[in-house]
Design a protein around this ligand. Structure first.
Ligand code: PLP
Length: 378
């Protein structure tokens, strides 16, 4: 008998959309190198350039301003460097503890990093950003569009206005926004937007950055060599991955959106089964697909492993380092006590989620909590 699984971890990665798979399989048979000038090479180049147009249109940018990378981590490493840009180097990086590790650990600003506080609801404290920007030194600001753990949506437009008024530029990690909320320069008026294909039905290992700011000119590559991607990212392009990413983008426009209703059901199930649970970020605007909660006294590892055995895949918000559960820095920055943060579990829905998956989560949580409750009572 095949076990039926409910995959509810779309913020970690999404199943490949059939459209992306088909585009990738077709691209795998294109033999040329996109840098070669013969017909085979030109066929591969055409695939890459068509994908560049699709991604640029999706982000509301110019085709020439899209750079394909191996994913968001690489793109963030490329742009979060004081010397990546033409003109005077940036002197400091302003970020918050809710940013992904690819931002917190991926920059090259050394000690020239200043933390901007989050409100308890998970949103960036814009007064704190304004105060930080008023201090001396040209600033690069990193602000994610939405948080991967809680789904909290950040005030990117307001932060960008403050940043621009102070002469800085804003990098927006839009990885969790793509495919879930508006994800273009109109809604997210940052100077650079960064996306990753595997978070919206594309393949793992391919992403893109798009430069939107008119005065933002990248000059320094992270990966140097043959000068591909206008010299900003050398290495023969991942043609099949890039084609798969574009197909996933195209599939998004026709995507149905039952996430929000089902998120409500997941949340209602959590509150019914464990009325003492906290749902993080629920006071702020959140992605329609994400619920992050903790049940006091129940460690995330126990809950996620028990749900896994019941056939439901969700993830723990905390990291396990050397056998010790470390609470997420993002939740701590929202004022969540460390003990409660150690229990954070994230349920994230997506394009392949069915009503049966959502029902399976509720039923599994009820069984697991029933067992934990009777063990405690014994
Ligand atoms: N930023 C956010 C908010 C993410 O959720 C992730 C993936 O977990 C990344 C960046 C890194 O993306 P990639 O897997 O493409 O390197």
């Amino acid at each position: 008998m095949t076990a039926i699984r409910a995959y509810l971890d779309h913020n970690a990665t999404t199943p490949l959309r059939p459209e992306a798979r088909a585009a990738m399989l077709a691209a795998l048979d294109v033999v040329g190198n996109p840098s070669s000038i013969h017909a085979e090479g030109r066929a591969a180049r055409d695939l890459v350039e068509a994908a560049r147009q699709t991604v640029a249109a999706f982000l509301g940018g110019q085709t020439d301003d899209v750079v394909f990378t191996s994913g968001a981590t690489e793109a963030l490493n490329l742009v979060l460097s004081p010397e990546a840009y033409e003109g005077e180097p940036f002197q400091r990086l302003l970020l918050n503890d809710g940013e992904h590790a690819a931002v917190r650990a991926g920059h090259r600003f050394g000690a020239a990093v200043e933390r901007v506080a989050l409100h308890d609801d998970g949103r960036l404290d814009l007064d704190a950003l304004a105060a930080a920007l008023a201090r001396p030194g040209r600033a690069l600001v990193a602000l994610q569009a939405a948080n991967n753990e809680t789904g909290v949506i950040q005030p990117v437009a307001e932060a960008a206005a403050l940043t621009h008024a102070a002469g800085g530029i804003l990098i927006c990690d839009a990885v969790q926004a793509a495919g879930k909320i508006a994800c273009d320069f109109n809604s997210l008026p940052a100077d650079i937007l960064i996306v990753s294909a595997h978070k919206f039905g594309g393949p793992k290992g391919v992403g893109a950055l798009c430069v939107g700011g008119v005065s933002t000119h990248l000059k320094r590559a992270l990966i140097r060599g043959g000068g591909q991607e206008r010299g900003l990212r050398s290495g023969t392009e991942n043609v099949a991955g890039i084609a798969g990413m574009a197909a996933a983008v195209e599939a998004l426009s026709g995507a149905a959106g039952s996430d929000a209703a089902w998120r409500g059901r997941v949340e209602a199930d959590v509150r019914r089964i464990a009325p003492e649970a906290s749902v993080f970020g629920s006071a702020a605007g959140r992605l329609p697909n994400t619920v992050c909660f903790a049940i006091p006294g129940v460690e995330a590892r126990l809950l996620t492993m028990s749900l896994d055995l019941e056939g439901v895949a969700v993830s723990a918000g905390s990291a396990c380092a050397s056998g010790k559960i470390e609470p997420s820095v993002g939740l701590l920055a929202m004022g969540v006590p460390a003990d409660l943060a150690r229990g954070a579990v994230r349920v994230s829905l997506g394009w392949s989620t069915s009503e049966a998956d959502v029902a399976a989560f509720g039923a599994a949580l009820a069984r697991v909590m029933g067992r934990i409750g009777s063990r405690r009572a014994a």
